[in-house]
Ligand binder design. Structure first.
Ligand SMILES: NC(=O)c1ccc[n+]([C@@H]2O[C@H](COP(=O)([O-])OP(=O)(O)OC[C@H]3O[C@@H](n4cnc5c(N)ncnc54)[C@H](O)[C@@H]3O)[C@@H](O)[C@H]2O)c1
Length: 262
């Protein structure tokens, strides 16, 4: 059985990715801090949500375990990787989906602790996972098919007003993935990312609040497809990237955005 670790798995894109991989027969370690961030004004995923994700996978006959870890803490992620290896004998894919959003004011007015939260979770958190998960995937015997995956954003390439720190973090993730693709070379381990457009999750609800919009649905008009994306649609592309058929791809940042970046 192939083994995946997914961060941000309590809800949204991470939860959908955990469910999709489990449906495809992966054993999934569902990782989330499951704890509110005191500097951010909106709730994070909860311990109950994380348990529900795992319970639902098991009810459908899949294999999953929950693991509480904060992606800002490399040691906690190392413990998550060790748990996956001990429980299931290795690690084949690591998916960095945990993320937060803050802004709503120009960068120079942004509270420093919120700027830190955005950079520490969205960029440092992905670096932290790469540090601990890639060596685990390289420990697998050849021929390898390890997959390091990250969730960037359309914000990686678009300049979104009052979301400068978020844009910087996501552009950083895209740069990281391109560089990892070259560093991993012919190792059999690849690094790729998706860049979602507006996807119906609590982060989008918080974005709507930051922009004083009446509802998340307002973001639909920005996307040529004229609708919000479902987290499962992003998860489907991540599951493809996690699988054997993405073997020719590395260092790619794939838009999954209803055309937003066009
Ligand atoms: N929803 C969108 O429109 C959209 C668009 C582009 C990119 N993204 C990205 O998709 C990813 C998933 O976000 P989502 O939309 O599912 O939002 P979400 O808020 O529903 O999920 C984010 C999850 O990350 C967890 N998390 C937050 N900080 C954490 C930490 N320090 N350690 C561990 N877990 C932590 C939260 O508890 C939550 O369960 C994020 O990286 C986000 O930036 C989302």
């Amino acid at each position: 059985m192939k083994v995946a670790l997914v961060t941000g798995a309590a809800r949204g894109i991470g939860a959908a990715t955990a469910a999709k991989l489990a449906e495809q027969g992966w054993a999934v370690l569902a990782v989330d801090a499951a704890e509110d961030n005191p500097v951010l004004p909106y709730p994070m995923g909860t311990a109950e949500e994380l348990s529900t994700v795992v319970d639902m996978i098991r009810e459908d006959g899949g294999t999953a375990e929950e693991f509480r870890a904060d992606v800002r803490d490399r040691a906690q992620l190392a413990a998550a990787v060790a748990e996956a290896e001990q429980r299931w004998g290795g690690l084949d894919a690591a998916i960095a989906a945990a993320g937060v959003i803050a802004g709503g004011v120009p960068l120079w007015e942004m509270p420093p602790e919120q700027e830190d939260a955005v950079l520490d979770v969205n960029l440092r958190g992905v670096l932290n996972l790469a540090h601990v998960a890639i060596p685990a995937m390289l420990r697998c015997p050849k021929p390898r098919a390890g997959r390091f995956l990250a969730v960037a954003s359309a914000a990686a390439t678009r300049g979104l007003p009052t979301l400068a720190a978020y844009c910087a973090a996501k552009a950083g993730v895209a740069g990281l993935i391109r560089a990892l693709g070259t560093e991993l070379g012919d190792s059999g381990v690849t690094a790729n990312a998706v860049s979602p457009g507006s996807t119906d999750t609590p982060i989008l609800a918080e974005s709507a609040r930051l922009y004083d919009l009446p509802a998340t649905q307002t973001f639909a008009a920005q996307q040529p497809q004229q609708r919000l994306l479902d987290p499962a649609e992003v998860a489907a592309v991540l599951a493809f990237l996690a699988g054997p058929e993405s073997s020719a791809m590395t260092g790619a940042v794939v838009p999954v955005d209803g055309g937003l970046a066009l």
